[in-house]
Design a protein around this ligand. Structure first.
Ligand code: FES
Ligand SMILES: [Fe+2]
Length: 352
């Protein structure tokens, strides 16, 4: 699988990387080590010693350096080798760790792998996560044994909520909602608006808690490569959105490998039922969403991946439904971006 490199990827929730302990995570098939120094900004390196490729994360942090646990080379936090403990003391040329641009924003750590300049203004807006108060649910995380592509497909075709999450996040009458799409630059929004339907269980809990019909919308924003923000909510039939209630769901995916994906999620609640404004309810919503993604989406997507992997490509049907507008569009945008990265315009010209 070709990954898009000139893009910001979400490496981890900031709070999960502690001072004094190297934090490891593989992203896009690259084993990385993250170090949060006592003074100074977070740094990320290839987790591979230039001597024998052992993981530096198995070494130790000591006085602003990381010491390889195998033969003791020491590196500072710019990645330079600053000490060879062996008799010559000579620092071999090329003894250097590759580091990556990092930005901490919206409760997360963003990393850039491409050759082009890493422009922080290109980080998608997830400022809904900036609230440190009670409106944001648990900043949660699972690893799924499936390609990130299948998970983006899952999210951008919300019609699955009527089946896979029936009763919690969707229900059968909501299938009638048409699917629409808008695009601005490389950002797309996939929008559905179900009118006068029974309230999905979780939203009834957040809204009036009376089971009465609602209008329910989902508006999923996708930014390359796999950053999604869902605006979802309910309101009384025919009434404006702002009279209702809902949440902004963060769904940020980062490939670990071609077949495994880091899935970060959280929700920012707004205008919820007075009775629901408790820490217990926030935990309950956190648990309910995790249940939906981990116990309902995940088994389906992992099984789907297994079947795709066992099927010869020429036998993979690609039947499309009208709900697939977003699925088709995001994949097309990514194909273009990845192709442009592999064959930049000047090279295409040179080859032609
Ligand atoms: S592998 Fe790191 S010093 Fe030998
Ligand atoms: Fe789902």
């Amino acid at each position: 699988m070709d990954f898009l490199l000139n893009a910001w990827y979400f490496a981890a929730w900031s709070a999960d990387i502690k001072q004094g302990t190297p934090f490891t995570r593989t992203l896009l098939n690259r084993p990385l080590v993250f170090i949060r120094p006592e003074n100074g900004a977070l740094v990320a390196f290839d987790d591979r010693c230039p001597h024998r490729a052992s993981p530096l994360s198995m070494g130790r942090l000591e006085g602003g350096r990381i010491v390889c646990g195998y033969h003791g080379l020491e590196f500072d936090f710019t990645g330079a080798c600053v000490r060879n403990p062996h008799p010559s003391g000579r620092i071999p040329p090329g003894a250097r760790l590759r580091s990556y641009p990092i930005v901490e924003r919206h409760s997360g750590v963003w990393i850039w792998f491409g050759e082009r300049a890493a422009d922080p203004s290109l980080i998608p807006d997830f400022s809904r996560l900036d609230d440190t108060g009670t409106s944001v649910t648990r900043r949660d995380y699972i690893v799924m044994d499936a390609s990130y592509e299948l998970i983006v497909d899952n999210l951008l075709d919300c019609s699955h909520t009527s089946f896979l999450h029936d009763g919690i996040l969707g229900n059968e009458p909501m299938i009638a909602a048409p699917t629409e799409i808008t695009q601005s630059g490389n950002t797309i929004n996939v929008i559905r608006y179900a009118r006068k339907v029974p309230p999905p269980g979780m939203f009834d809990m957040l809204f009036r808690q009376d089971g009465a019909p609602v209008d329910c919308w989902t508006d999923f924003r996708w930014d390359p490569p796999s950053c999604l923000l869902l605006d979802v909510g309910v309101t009384a039939p025919g009434r404006p959105k702002q009279e209702g209630t809902g949440l902004f769901g963060t769904h940020i995916l980062t490939p670990e490998t071609a077949r495994t994906t880091h899935y970060h999620f959280a929700a920012t609640l707004w205008n919820i039922h007075a009775k629901s404004q408790t820490a217990e309810m926030r935990e309950k919503i956190s648990d309910l969403r995790r249940f939906a993604f981990e116990k309902q989406d995940q088994p389906m997507i992992v099984a789907q991946q297994r079947i795709i992997d066992m099927t010869p490509p020429n036998q993979l049907e690609r039947v499309m439904l009208e709900t697939d507008l977003g699925v088709v569009r995001w994949r097309r945008i990514m194909e273009k971006l990845i192709a442009a990265e592999r064959h930049p315009p000047d090279r295409i010209g040179a080859e032609a």
